[in-house]
Write a protein that binds this ligand. Structure first.
Ligand code: PCA
Length: 216
């Protein structure tokens, strides 16, 4: 007689929080945005599984890879993270603009000047993260944090704009929220800077806060 085979009922998959960071660029050997999100990959917060993906610092490719991740994981929450030299605080970005205007070539040698991210896209999108609540909680925890009105016009803004466009226009993401956070340099990269552990702590606060607002 054939042995009976039992299949265990599949545990329901946990909803995903997608975190992205960028690969190194501009001559620096590291990018703190990747180190910070990587440190959180695989952890769980409020019943969600955190998943970190690295995007290349390249116009076009970065957005294609993000779009592929969005389709594959259908995250409930997306926080894209990038490095911003010159900033001394975790910068909670409010607005993504439909403009690529690169002050230097990206890692593939491309330097778009005054081009839209998306032909016929709206001029801008707002973050759908609860930025003010996140800011308050980060400050209460003793972290340097600020709201920012511009994510620039380089690869980070392009990814931020592309993310918000997908979330705004695709039905499957109508309950998903997303946005962008810039982190300062690490101490070994120069001034001003922030230790990696503070970046990681700030992101954990951001995720917890966004998930608790979403569940209201
Ligand atoms: N910072 C750049 C691109 C990649 C990154 O980490 C930016 O602010 O556009």
């Amino acid at each position: 007689m054939e042995p009976m085979t039992y299949t265990l009922p599949q545990a329901p998959k946990r909803p995903v929080v997608l975190l992205t960071g960028f690969g190194a660029f501009g001559g620096s050997p590291v990018n703190p945005s990747w180190l910070a999100v990587q440190a959180l990959s695989g952890r769980q917060i409020a019943g969600h599984r955190l998943l970190a993906k690295q995007l290349p610092t390249e116009f076009g490719q970065s957005l294609h890879q993000l779009q592929r991740c969005l389709q594959q994981y259908r995250p409930a929450l997306v926080i894209c993270v990038g490095q911003a030299s010159g900033r001394r605080a975790l910068s909670l970005e409010r607005v993504a603009i439909n403009l690529n205007d690169a002050h230097m070539a990206d890692n593939a040698g491309k330097q778009p000047i005054d081009c839209p991210v998306l032909e016929d896209g709206p001029p801008a999108y707002f973050s759908t993260l609860p930025l003010k609540a996140m800011l308050t909680q980060m400050k209460n925890e003793g972290l340097a944090a600020e709201l920012s009105l511009s994510a620039g016009s380089y690869v980070c803004n392009q990814v931020f704009y592309g993310l918000m466009h997908v979330l705004a226009t695709q039905k499957i993401f109508k309950c998903s929220h997303g946005g962008f956070i810039h982190v300062p340099y690490l101490p070994e990269q120069g001034e001003p800077n922030m230790p990696l552990k503070d970046m990681v702590r700030g992101l954990q606060i951001a995720i917890r806060c966004a998930l608790s607002e979403q569940s209201k």
